[in-house]
Design a protein around this ligand. Structure first.
Ligand code: SAM
Ligand code: SF4
Length: 494
């Protein structure tokens, strides 16, 4: 295989295309981190498909392995280097059998650490960032030509957008899909690497997003989640001839997407409180297809810490936005991200975070210990907190958030909720799907009905609520279907 690769590279791209038509190659992509990375990994597979690469579910024996990495916290980055150690053994095993394995590191660790990866892990053939994966065929050819064994590096921020060069999506993942609408971030929160690894804010033109959504709907997708690091900062070019030309905000885009036949549900993530504009808040009240669940990270409840984080909003601003959203959509379930142990965070600051959590009442949330990231302003603050303090605060916060999530799930028991059944569960006679409020729901059905029900939206009577999920059964035929509105359950205090 190694010799064949060299020969293909020598004869150029045309020859590469011809040969690759005949040879199927195994591609394994391991994805770390956020949903944007999940979306990017699927698109990398689309880009490599014309070269004959087909996805497999193990790196052992693969012709190409891509680690699509996350740099957001130290733990996430370090995992990559330990995985590269494991993959070196597979690469050697394959070489011993006369084969070859191309090893690539993609994503935000690649963007941030570039050369350092090639130095620390010489078994790596290609390092490329989140903005250059449309160039993968060229990078693969360059790696094949690299006689000196040195890896190929492409961590540019190209002027042209990768979206203009990506092929149409080849595979539809199931009844629910992601569509990336916005990338990068100009907010520069003092703890965060995203503006450095993903680059400046960019919004895809609305027409491109609508075209992708229509293709997905035609292929059977019913639920679309719009993605962006700062998705509600979306300001994409309006479609030709659209009223109010110029640009569209996210609220306007959501209204247009809701008109597509076949799309039953819309969601978006991740939002910044400062970008919750009037049009988007109104969409929550007026667009039925927009699901009553919103991930709106606040990070801290202390104004002092929010200022040090450069969040450019106060706790009161956030509570006001929540109030307006709930006025528009009273059953809105909220989720957030929190960072504990930010440099200089006092007991009183942390108490303010607990106070905010109690005031909002979250349906679910993600919380993290502050992790100093190289190159970010907060990492060089002198007043770094000990691991012990961070761990203690995280445990306290998670206890409160866990109690709220359980209470939210418990109030759903006895209700009928529409669930989009995405896949079979681990147990026989079980399907897994999502409620409108983003809860994972395990639905018990006769085993024989499973193939027929995957991909269907069914009304489910909820029988149990757990810390992270619900369980239930389809409502009996003819049973009256209650409206999918939860009681004031979204506002839960533990
Ligand atoms: N754009 C979103 C926002 O403004 O909230 C956040 C996107 S970020 C990729 C996801 C989450 O990772 C953040 O909300 C934050 O809670 C967490 N995070 C980012 N940097 C972190 C750090 N240095 N230490 C701990 N958590 C961090
Ligand atoms: Fe990072 Fe979000 Fe802040 Fe942007 S808005 S810098 S992505 S935390």
């Amino acid at each position: 295989m190694a010799a064949e690769r060299q020969e293909m590279a020598r004869q150029g791209p045309a020859r590469t295309e011809q040969v690759s038509e005949k040879i199927k190659k195994r591609l394994f992509i391991k994805t770390y981190g956020c949903q944007m990375n999940v979306y990017d990994s699927a698109r990398m597979a689309d880009v490599l498909a014309p070269l004959g690469y087909e996805a497999v579910d193990s790196p052992r024996g693969a012709d190409m392995v891509i680690l699509n990495t996350c740099h957001i916290r130290e733990k996430a980055s370090e995992k990559v280097f330990s995985e590269l150690g494991r993959l070196r053994a597979f690469k050697q095993e394959r070489a011993a059998g006369g084969g070859d394995m191309l090893l690539a590191v993609a994503g935000c660790v690649a963007q941030a650490e570039g050369e350092e990866i090639l130095r620390r892990a010489p078994q790596v053939d290609i390092v490329f960032g989140p903005q250059t994966y449309h160039r993968l065929p060229e990078l693969v050819a360059r790696a094949a030509r690299a006689a000196d064994g040195r890896g190929v590096l492409d961590i540019d921020f190209p002027v042209e957008s990768k979206f203009d060069h990506l092929p149409e999506e080849a595979a539809v993942p199931g009844p629910a899909a992601f569509v990336s609408v916005q990338e990068g971030c100009d907010k520069f929160c003092s703890f965060c690497v995203v503006p450095y690894t993903r680059g400046a804010e960019y919004s895809r033109p609305a027409a491109a997003v609508l075209a992708e959504a229509r293709r997905l709907a035609a292929a059977g997708v019913q639920e679309i989640t719009l993605l962006g690091q700062n998705v509600n900062a979306y300001h994409g070019e309006a479609p030709d001839g659209a009223a109010g030309h110029g640009t569209w905000g996210l609220g306007r885009l959501i209204r247009a997407l809701a008109e597509i036949d076949g799309i039953a549900r819309l969601r978006y993530t991740t939002s910044h409180p400062r970008d919750m504009d009037d049009e988007l808040i109104a969409a929550h009240g007026e667009v039925d297809k927009l699901m009553p669940y919103l991930h709106l990270p606040v990070q801290s409840g202390s104004d002092r810490i929010l200022a040090a984080m450069n969040r450019r909003h106060s706790a009161a601003d956030y509570l006001k936005i929540v109030e307006r959203l709930r006025r528009a959509r009273p059953d809105l379930a909220l989720s957030s991200d929190f960072i504990v142990g930010f440099p200089g965070e006092s007991d009183a600051d942390f108490a303010d975070t607990l106070k905010l959590v109690n005031a909002v009442g979250y349906a679910q949330a993600y919380s993290f210990k502050y992790s100093p990231r190289p190159g970010t302003p907060a990492a060089v603050e002198r007043d770094q907190l000990s691991e012990a303090v961070k761990a203690e605060r995280l445990a306290g916060l998670q206890q409160l958030l866990g109690a709220q999530a359980l209470a939210f799930n418990a109030v759903c028991v006895g209700r009928d909720l529409p669930v989009l059944l995405e896949r079979p569960g681990r147990r026989p006679g079980q399907l897994v799907g999502r409620s409108p409020y983003m809860q994972s729901v395990h639905v018990t059905v006769p085993q024989v009905a499973i193939p027929r029900l995957v991909g269907r939206m069914v009304q489910v009577r909820i029988e149990a609520g757990y810390p992270n999920s619900l369980a239930g059964r389809p409502t009996p035929d003819g049973a009256p279907q209650t409206a999918p509105r939860a009681p004031s359950s979204a506002r839960i205090t533990a």
